[in-house]
Design a protein around this ligand. Structure first.
Ligand code: PEP
Ligand code: MN
Length: 636
């Protein structure tokens, strides 16, 4: 019971408002920005101290003024920020707050305006009222903060004044002599809310850019629609600026790559998907293909335990042709035990030679389905004609359209109406656009669950049956939300190349593979030359990190775990090496070797990946951190 209460209390505590640091004293404009999203403001004497506090975890967030309506870039904040990020501080910009600025001229009560000869304030605030103060014959005195200036004047016996907010003036008992001495009526400052990259995702693109090429950044604001906040150039980098509102990738692409260094506030989160999925939205990429190229989150096609797309990867395996009930059952058991997620097998075979084996037809569908049911794998099989669609759809889980039929439009419409997910192979002579056009036929006829499959295109090369077009597969990726598989078997046409092509496609981000497997390739009724024997398929499955099951012989399971151990040991070795380099870097830049925030971030990474085994995660991190420390202090 007590524990429950204690747990609840910590839970409440964790929901507390964030501590948000700003530069200045209470009453400063930064305080207004810091409180804008319900944070608890905390003042710091300088921007350097503020950034240190953020790095050391004394505050959760820091607000820094970026841009002012009268004077533009607030270099007092932007310079220390540049220095910090160039030095390796990993920050993200989570939001922007615009604070209206009215700069009051305030002095001790009873001070006549004409006796005020000097005005104290933060240099950025003083720049905003250069002309007005000059007109009044008032000299400017720089101090660290607007509200700080009010505080100083309150404790001073002179007739000096402060330039600060009305709120600050009242707070320190000053009298407002002039409501607003800004040179421009509509004055305001934009503050960026910054957090440590470990703790948040960037919402606002903010990038530091420097270059030795004076012309590299011309028209950057026009081209990107971003706000440029220039800083003074150095000997090495005559052009230095902060860019607010243009993402780093865009800038890299626009600026001549050589010579321009772009430091982005906010790297993608480490677990973010590597694939270049289209950004959610509604407009199709290709307007004439509204279904296939709709801008929406990745489509996930799901049939029982089979899932593909949006990060879920599938491996469909089985014979080219279903040859007998026993053959397909044996192969189904073998591929299932290696972690395959669906079973393939042809019952209608598109053959180049009309006298070659044409498939056992609908009779073989029952053999395929039985093997699938028994092994728990959904089944994928090809339909070649409109009249085959209905009987096959009654029993098969996924309908395949073969490469030769990619533009058989009646067939595409018929499978689109069949109520089953469709696997659409790319034609050997089809462009990516034509492939997506074929997908549109199926989708426009009613079937949203479509899987694309690159299976090799015909080129001049004769050493392979086709040429696996990994480039075309990647080119299709940003155009469509649909999952994209690769078929290394039909691309290669020879078994010895299948594993290499499979791994290449997998590494390039394919959502899955379809692979032909046969336990007696020499006697296969079709495509024996390209079939993997079960043993070779097991090796591929291991390389792709599929999960085997207990039906696999013990010796093979051991080979599986041995491969994982070898990889793990290698990774640990690599981690130790990089940890040592990090230690060297910290020493060279005079930074503390121990960083509790980084440690916490590492701990989170392991806890997330090993969510089912917290203890293992904790012990592993302890061990790795201990080892890293030993590495890092070797030369101390
Ligand atoms: C098949 O998958 O067996 C097949 C005939 O493939 P494709 O249509 O890609 O040649
Ligand atoms: Mn085949």
């Amino acid at each position: 019971m007590l524990r429950e209460i204690a747990d609840r209390e910590t839970a409440v505590e964790q929901k507390d408002e964030p501590h948000v640091g700003y530069q200045g004293e209470p009453g400063a404009f930064g305080e207004v920005a810091a409180a804008a999203h319900g944070g608890i403001p905390q003042g710091f004497a300088s921007f350097e101290k503020l950034l240190d506090a953020l790095r050391d975890g004394l505050v959760d967030e820091a607000v820094l003024p970026m841009e002012n309506a009268v004077v533009g870039a607030i270099t007092e904040a932007l310079e220390p920020l540049a220095e910090a990020v160039v030095g390796g501080l990993e920050l993200v910009a989570v939001s922007i707050t615009s604070v209206p600025v009215r700069l009051a001229l305030a002095a001790r009560p009873g001070t006549p305006l004409n006796e005020v000869k000097r005005a104290w304030s933060h240099p950025a605030a003083l720049r905003q009222c250069t002309h007005r103060l000059a007109q009044m014959g008032i000299e400017r005195v720089v101090c660290y903060d607007t509200a700080g200036a009010a505080q100083i004047i309150a404790h001073d016996a002179s007739t000096d004044a402060a330039v600060c907010s009305r709120h600050a003036a009242e707070r320190y008992g000053l009298e407002v002599l002039v409501e607003d001495v800004s040179d421009k009526e509509q004055n305001g400052t934009r503050f960026a809310h910054l957090r440590m990259a470990d703790h948040a995702r960037a919402q606002v693109p903010l990038v530091f850019l420097r270059t030795s090429n004076m012309t590299a950044t011309g028209r950057l604001d026009v081209l990107t629609g971003a706000t440029l906040l220039p800083l003074a150039g150095s000997a090495e980098f005559p052009v230095r600026m902060w860019v607010l509102g243009a993402d780093a990738a865009r800038l890299q692409a626009l600026a001549p790559v050589r010579d321009v260094q772009v430091i982005s506030l906010g790297q993608p989160a480490p677990h973010a998907s590597r694939s270049v999925a289209p950004k959610p939205g509604t407009e199709p990429v290709v307007k004439s293909l509204p279904h296939a190229t709709a801008r929406k989150p990745p489509t996930v096609v799901e049939v029982g335990p089979f899932r593909v797309g949006g990060g879920a990867r599938a491996v469909i395996a089985g014979p080219c042709s279903v040859e007998s009930p026993e053959q397909v059952m044996r192969i189904a058991r073998q591929v299932a035990s290696c972690g395959a997620t669906a079973l393939r097998g042809g019952i209608f075979k598109p053959r180049t030679n009309p006298y070659a084996f044409q498939g056992h037809g609908l009779e073989a569908l029952d053999w395929l389905v039985k093997a699938g049911r028994e092994t728990g794998l959904p089944v994928v099989t090809e339909v070649m004609a409109v009249d085959q669609v209905k009987p096959v759809a009654e029993k098969a889980d996924v309908l395949q359209i073969g490469a030769r039929n990619m533009q058989n439009f009646d067939l595409l419409r018929a499978v689109g109406r069949a109520g089953r997910p469709v696997l659409l192979k790319r034609g050997a002579g089809a462009t990516v656009d034509e492939w997506l056009g074929a997908a549109e036929y199926v989708m426009a006829s009613g079937e949203a669950r479509l899987i694309l499959c690159e299976r090799g295109i015909r080129t001049f090369e004769t050493s392979t049956r086709n040429t696996l077009d990994v480039g075309g597969m990647l080119a299709a990726r940003p155009l469509t939300h649909l999952p994209i598989l690769a078929d290394p078997s039909h691309a290669a046409g020879r078994a010895d190349l299948v594993e290499g092509l499979a791994r290449a496609a997998w590494a390039a981000g394919a959502d899955g593979l379809i692979v032909e497997v046969h336990d007696d390739p020499a006697r296969a009724l079709s495509d024996g030359e390209q079939a993997l024997v079960p043993q070779r398929f097991a090796e591929l499955a291991r390389a792709l990190a599929l999960k085997p099951d207990a039906r696999l012989p013990l010796a093979q399971l051991r080979a599986w775990v041995d491969a994982i151990d070898a990889e793990l040991a290698h990774l640990v070795q690599r981690r130790l090496e990089v940890a040592k380099v990090i230690g060297d870097s910290k020493r060279q830049t005079g930074r503390a070797v121990l960083d509790p925030r980084r440690e916490a971030a590492v701990r989170r990474t392991y806890a997330e990946a090993l969510s089912g085994s917290r203890q293992v995660a904790d012990k592993l991190v302890d061990l790795l951190i201990e080892a890293a420390r030993a590495q890092q202090s070797i030369e101390e």
